[in-house]
Design a protein around this ligand. Structure first.
Ligand SMILES: NC(=O)c1ccc[n+]([C@@H]2O[C@H](COP(=O)([O-])OP(=O)(O)OC[C@H]3O[C@@H](n4cnc5c(N)ncnc54)[C@H](OP(=O)(O)O)[C@@H]3O)[C@@H](O)[C@H]2O)c1
Length: 354
């Protein structure tokens, strides 16, 4: 086995690290959700760690502490290149060197200019480094929003909607509960659980008075609030939403933004440390985001119901011809009971991702 090739144990550890990292998605921003695993020279797992909430310790430091003296001569398997900068914590590359780790295998290189260079620092100290071992699972999975936000200087935007088979997101009389089934709605709570912020327009708050919290996660009763809640964001240019709405209860933090330009709203959220936004509508706001090409992933829940009239799932996106239709590159289609969930990435008519 070449030293510059990952061993089976390292590949398995990286897969395990990707799963571990998913458990802290939405909890580490502006830092990335990362996991690190320490293997002994025989490839046995000694210790593991995940990034702690922002400002606190990185995955490598947690894993090294758990490994203690056993880290000397060991291999560290990390989902992202160990950082090289002293921010609120010291550089992880140096921590690995100081702990006596002899080999570092990581999934994805760090595109963040401030933090990159960890691999070089490790190599200079004589540590064997195996870079970019990820086959796409990490870069297209748990790290995707964070990697995107580093490169674009704005949060990654997932637009989620629920619609009938004929594309309606509310009935003509304004009722919208419930379009989708309980399984789909539970899935939405799981989605909220991994983002930093949930964004809606004033129209949705005025029409539905949603609480926009994460509730009923695995094992909890349907209405039980999760311990961690994403930031709730209401885009309300004309200050139409009064404080009596449920979005202002004390279940989670809420901010109101009155900027008319979605890009500026995203910039304001980015400056607050938000790296992944779940845009929950409604159709007017989703249209504005789509027209500005500020939607990076679409998650649609389609229920086998027909309305024939009512609010469309999306409106006023500036599209009037089939030639300008936004096509989705579909990454997943699944069934939740009789509902269908579709996940895709917009492919803009120019063929370029913004
Ligand atoms: N099924 C679903 O997935 C789903 C999800 C959400 C909503 N809905 C349904 O959608 C309906 C509400 O529709 P809606 O279109 O009024 O909701 P909306 O898109 O949430 O709100 C639209 C309002 O957002 C405000 N806004 C703030 N910044 C904006 C910007 N940059 N661009 C555009 N608008 C901006 C505007 O009001 P100001 O000008 O006053 O700021 C606008 O009228 C309800 O019936 C609700 O049930 C369905």
């Amino acid at each position: 086995m070449s030293l510059l090739q990952a061993t089976d144990a390292e590949i398995t550890a990286l897969q395990h690290a990707a799963e571990l990292a998913r458990t802290v998605a939405g909890r580490t921003s502006p830092n990335p959700p990362v996991a690190a695993i320490i293997l002994d020279p025989q490839g046995r797992r000694i210790a593991e760690g995940v990034t702690q909430p922002a400002g606190s310790e990185h995955a490598e430091v947690i894993a090294l502490r758990a490994a203690g003296e056993l880290a000397r001569g060991a291999t560290a398997v990390v989902t992202l290149e160990p950082c090289n900068h002293t921010g609120r914590t010291g550089p992880c590359s140096q921590a690995l060197i100081d702990a006596g780790v002899v080999r570092v295998v990581f999934g994805v290189s760090d595109p963040n200019q401030q933090a990159a260079g960890g691999a070089d620092r490790l190599r200079e100290a004589g540590v064997q480094v195996l870079a970019d071992v990820d086959q796409g699972e990490i870069a297209r999975g748990v790290l995707r929003p964070w990697l995107f936000s580093v490169l674009q200087s704005r949060p990654f935007v997932t637009w989620k909607f629920a619609a009938t088979l004929d594309g309606r997101s509310a009935a003509a009389d304004g009722t919208s509960r419930w379009i989708t089934n309980a399984e789909s709605r539970a899935d939405v709570h799981a989605l909220r659980d991994i983002v930093d912020a949930v964004v809606v327009g004033s129209g949705t708050v005025l029409a539905d008075d949603p609480q926009l919290t994460v509730r009923g996660l695995a094992g909890a009763s349907e209405e039980e609030l999760a311990p961690r809640q994403p930031l709730r964001v209401v885009l309300d240019r004309r200050h139409r939403v009064g404080k009596e709405y449920r979005v202002f209860d004390d279940a989670a933090e809420t901010v109101v933004l009155d900027t008319a330009v979605p890009r500026f709203a995203l910039k304001a959220l980015y400056d607050r440390g938000v790296r992944h936004v779940l845009l929950e509508g409604g159709p007017t706001l989703a249209g504005a985001f789509l027209e500005a090409r500020l939607i990076d992933q679409v998650v649609g829940y389609v229920a086998p119901k027909l309305l024939g009239s009512g609010t469309p799932a999306l409106q006023d996106a500036g599209i009037t011809s089939m030639a300008d239709a936004v096509t989705l590159e579909v990454s997943d289609v699944s069934r939740l009971g009789d509902d269908v969930k579709i996940v895709g990435r917009p492919v803009w008519p120019t063929g370029q991702e913004e």
